[in-house]
Design a binder for this molecule. Structure first.
Ligand SMILES: O=C(O)CCC(=O)C(=O)O
Length: 261
């Protein structure tokens, strides 16, 4: 069965797609993404302390836990049905970033500019992880619309740069569009040849038994999200007990809940 690149437009009726999110959500997300990716974000002090600043300018990782529109976006179940269907069951957030693919310079986020796949273990036909790319600005060929190479999610070893370059298609779309693709797929950002920004949210989702990039429940604390769907998404239902007290719990209090795979 083909695992297609699925492009859904969230809020641009002009292109004929269903309007799922009101435009004001997108504007507020854009505002938060600008603040986070320029200033940058909750992790910025840590980034500088660890000497990583140069390669991570304008990229914010793990933008969870704020009282901002990025959190609002996460808590709103856009395309939840598609993701559920993809995994045929429950899933959790593996990572959540905001980035600004600024006009080419030494500060451009380097990782995104090289062809890569975002899952480290090649899972062949097993649906382990799914990428979501949210266009905050319009994505055009000129401002660095993401390159995606169809079919490469089925290839274990890295195809050659020539192959990737010559077979890439571009994720061109209106602000508010969402692209979902199998995380085994080779992809890359492209150089931004304009003078404007090109912002995106990048999220990955996985099956609940896979470790998250960051332990969100431990980061955010036991009581952070109250609603059941966000707790599921952030991994509160698929935690690892860290001592015998946590392990020996009545069924309803267990840290790894039923139905998580
Ligand atoms: O910014 C882009 O176009 C792609 C980002 C990307 O490749 C990533 O976050 O893994």
């Amino acid at each position: 069965m083909t695992r297609v690149v699925l492009v859904l437009s969230l809020c641009v009726p002009a292109c004929g797609s269903a309007s799922i999110a009101p435009a004001d959500v997108l504007r507020r997300v854009a505002a938060s993404a600008v603040v986070i990716s320029t200033s940058s974000g909750s992790g910025s002090g840590t980034v500088i302390r660890h000497g990583e600043q140069g390669s991570l300018v304008l990229t914010a990782h793990h933008v969870v836990g704020g009282c901002d529109s990025l959190n609002e976006f996460l808590c709103t179940p856009f395309v939840d049905d598609y993701i559920h269907a993809y995994f045929d069951g429950e899933y959790i957030l593996n990572s959540y970033g905001a980035l600004n693919n600024l006009p080419c310079s030494s500060e451009t986020y380097q990782h995104g500019q090289r062809f890569h796949r975002d899952v480290r273990t090649f899972s062949r036909d097993f649906r382990l992880m799914l990428n979501m790319l949210v266009m905050i600005d319009d994505f055009t060929a000129e401002n660095g619309a993401t390159k995606l190479v169809p079919g490469t999610h089925r290839v274990e070893s890295r195809p050659s740069d020539d192959y990737l370059e010559s077979n890439a298609i571009r994720a061109v779309g209106k602000a508010g569009s969402i692209v979902l693709f199998d995380s085994n797929l080779w992809h890359s950002a492209a150089p931004n040849l304009t003078t404007g920004p090109r912002m995106a949210l990048t999220l990955t989702f996985s099956r609940p038994f896979m470790k998250q990039q960051l332990d969100y429940p431990r980061l955010l604390g036991e009581n952070f999200p109250e609603d059941a769907r966000t707790r599921q998404l952030l991994g509160y239902n698929s935690r690892v007990p860290s001592n015998h007290d946590e392990w020996y719990q009545p069924a309803e209090k267990r840290m790894y809940k039923p139905g998580q795979g």
